[in-house]
Design a protein around this ligand. Structure first.
Ligand code: UD1
Length: 427
């Protein structure tokens, strides 16, 4: 299994191109099921999760052509065509590898009147049920059965518009219902909808495919169902979490990076937290400049929340950065119950972190030391890389398949800005 070796202590400096957003791509890909016409997605990131998702779509009968990247964009261009859905079953073997597979449920049901999707089961960062997805589809007239670890959803006469009131915000459930509602008969109202930029990206793509959607980016989305959607070409938004992760790397190493391709408007709460921590951020039209040249990092309090709050997907990376701040920090995780698996690994590098309930108390250390550490989930793994970039000596991160799920060409991007980082094959 491959490992990443980092020799820390080099301030990063230069430009990093930000890839297409993993979480946007993972909801734009299943949107292809909604039409028999081609959907061309540009700026697709090159990630293991995208490969897993295209494999899933393939076995539903969706064909795809990969065209490579355009000169002005880093990502790839893929044309998906769901002329005929040949199977409405999403098997356990794929769904267990990637929870986002559940996003085929709404589109398959809307297009074919039935879908059978394996329950995703637990995952490293918590139990993560899909009850909200199912209740939402029931509100659109679907009959749901659970048997042998699978969800079977049926709507033989098609879905009907309805009112879906989520008791709390769910990104995935909002995406599933939004996609399903575009082909439902009549109007659907989604209340307490997620407002994440990735939802806006999905809605913009669906609109380009002929859907009629209002209230995108607010907590009340109204969809007027259509009998069919058509093909479109759409560019995936840039990855705000990748950008935020590299910003942490710049800050912890006392460096200066220009993150190219990112829309700063999608990063409001993260930018605010950086500024509170003493990191200077300059946003321009298509990039973000991050610098920590004068003065050290300051301890801050951060609480994760649905967008526009501070993203749970940035919590681990901030914790690594704050492990070297002056003074104390408190990070409180409100979205997932088990998202502190990076804490014992960061502690092995010399970080002073105590977890009590949902909060982690971080006392800034004078320095971190390199150590062998183990990646546990995607963002936790990135926190170890960030810590390793600033630590004294050598850090070896193992189980890096987690990183490959969500960070495109990580070592290449970081070495290009001065990091001493390499991937080695451990045989
Ligand atoms: C998405 C993101 C993930 C991010 C998360 C929160 C993708 C592919 N993944 O995950 O990176 O960390 O949003 O921003 O886009 N819940 C239920 N029942 C449900 C659905 C969710 O109880 O039916 C709970 C979850 O366990 C969690 C909370 O709701 O505690 C929020 O989860 P949700 O927003 O649905 O996350 P995902 O869509 O899975």
């Amino acid at each position: 299994m491959d490992k990443i070796i980092i020799r820390g202590g080099k301030p990063l400096s230069g430009r990093i191109p930000i890839s297409g957003a993993k979480n946007a791509a993972l909801t734009l890909l299943p949107a292809a099921i909604l039409t028999e016409e081609p959907l061309t997605l540009r700026n697709l990131p090159r990630l293991a999760d995208i490969d897993t998702f295209t494999h899933l779509l393939n076995q539903h009968g969706v064909s795809m052509i990969l065209e490579g990247s355009r000169p002005e964009e880093f990502g790839r261009v893929m044309t998906l065509k769901a002329s005929r859905i040949t199977s409405t079953v999403a098997p356990y073997d794929i769904v267990r590898r990637m929870r986002a597979s559940v996003l085929v449920l709404g589109p398959l049901l809307a297009r074919c009147g039935e879908a059978t999707v394996s329950l995703p089961g637990g995952c490293a960062i918590g139990t993560r049920p899909i009850d909200l997805h199912l209740k939402g589809l029931e509100a659109l007239g679907a009959k749901i059965e659970l048997a042998q670890g699978y969800v079977k959803a049926m709507a033989p006469d098609g879905l009907k518009g309805g009112v879906v009131r989520f008791p709390f915000v769910s990104v995935g459930a909002t995406e599933n219902i939004l996609m399903a509602a575009t082909l439902a008969d009549g109007e659907t109202i989604i209340e307490n909808a997620a407002r994440e930029p990735e939802i806006v990206d999905l809605a913009n793509c669906l609109t380009a495919m002929g859907a009629e959607i209002e209230g995108v980016g607010t907590e009340r989305i109204v969809v007027k169902g259509k009998t069919r959607l058509h093909g479109a070409t759409y560019a995936v938004m840039a990855d705000r979490i990748e950008a935020g992760s590299y910003a942490c790397a710049a800050a912890i190493t006392g460096g200066e990076l220009e993150l190219v391709g990112i829309n700063a408007d999608t990063m409001g709460s993260v930018i605010q937290a950086f500024e509170e921590a003493g990191v200077s951020i300059t946003a321009s039209r298509n990039s973000l400049r991050v610098a920590r040249s004068n003065g050290g990092l300051k301890g801050i309090s951060v609480t994760t929340a649905p967008y526009p709050g501070f993203p749970t997907d940035m919590q681990a990376q901030f914790m690594a950065m704050l492990a070297l701040a002056d003074g104390a920090s408190v990070l409180t995780e409100t979205i997932f119950e088990n998202r502190y698996m990076h804490v014992p690994e960061l502690a092995r590098m010399g970080a002073d972190i105590q977890v009590r309930g949902r909060s982690a108390f971080v006392r800034g250390a004078e320095f971190l030391t390199g150590a062998p550490v183990m990646a546990t989930d995607l963002r936790a793994s990135m926190s170890l890389v960030i810590a390793g970039l600033a630590a004294r000596g050598e850090t070896t991160v193992s189980r890096i398949y987690h990183l490959d799920r969500g960070y495109e060409r990580l070592e290449e991007k970081l070495s290009a800005v001065g990091a001493d980082i390499e991937r080695v094959s451990a045989g």
